[in-house]
Design a protein around this ligand. Sequence first.
Ligand code: ATP
Length: 290
Amino acid sequence: MKVKVQAPAKINLSLDVLRRRPDGYHDVSMVMQAVSLYDYVTVEQTETKEIEIFCDYEGVPCDERNIAHKAASEFFKYTETDNSGIKITIDKNIPTQAGLAGGSSDGAAVIFALNKLFSTHLKEKEMCEIGEKVGADVPFCVTGGTRLASGTGTKLKKMISIPRCNIVICKPDVSVSTAEAYAKIDSAKLSHPEFTAEMVKAIYARDIWMMTSCMLNDFEIALNLDEIKAVKSVMLKNKALGACMSGSGSAVFAVFNNEKKAQKCVEALKKEYSDVFICQPIKEGCSVIE
Ligand code: ATP
């Protein structure tokens, strides 16, 4: 038996890094949004007693370092299920080291697939508990939609959906590791009012103009990269309502209330960048499609 899951990317509509905790992790406050840019993860049962990973995307490890592998191990531990053998095939579209949670979403997708394959009937909350052991973004990739995230990013509060819009995503040719981005934040000592509280107000006011005016990200400010500024400048010239870096970078997203303008922006970006996508906000997270 084989199960195929679509695993969406996420963007951070706002992202405040609040403090470094004594355990080295950081408390954050952010609004996360799932979007219709997908990896496809297929899981099938084998008789090898191993977790095998197949993925031909450059830079993605096909061993126990893969987030999908970690998610499978945690699933077997949590459910006390014997692994008779599984093969995980990842068809990647979400760029890596982008702040789009591509790896985390692959991990969430594996939990969904195994829940179906092994008929473990886990509820969303239980899948989030497994996800939390794998990585801070994994619980969000299980739930998807629009969520206010706090703690290390794993405490999620459901929000109403954001207004319908088109989202253009572009990843410039610069990669930022999350550890590097946090180190920059720690040395930058940012002090400013919190963006996320304003973002929440804007979303509940269903006001896309207010929403796009408070799309701000602490990592973007601390990293202060020319490559990010260059992408934003093309997006804003092409009439985006607002543009912002996602997560710890380096992907940048722009919000449009007009599809034609979004398409024009994609064409302009494609002249200079290879990782350019157009997508929409979605109300769900991972879902089984076959
Ligand atoms: P986040 O928004 O959660 O910080 P990200 O977009 O910055 O995520 P990922 O795409 O999740 O970054 O991957 C970061 C690194 O993790 C990759 O460079 C790769 O070495 C490793 N990795 C492990 N498993 C995966 C996977 N399934 N897909 C992508 N990268 C993976």
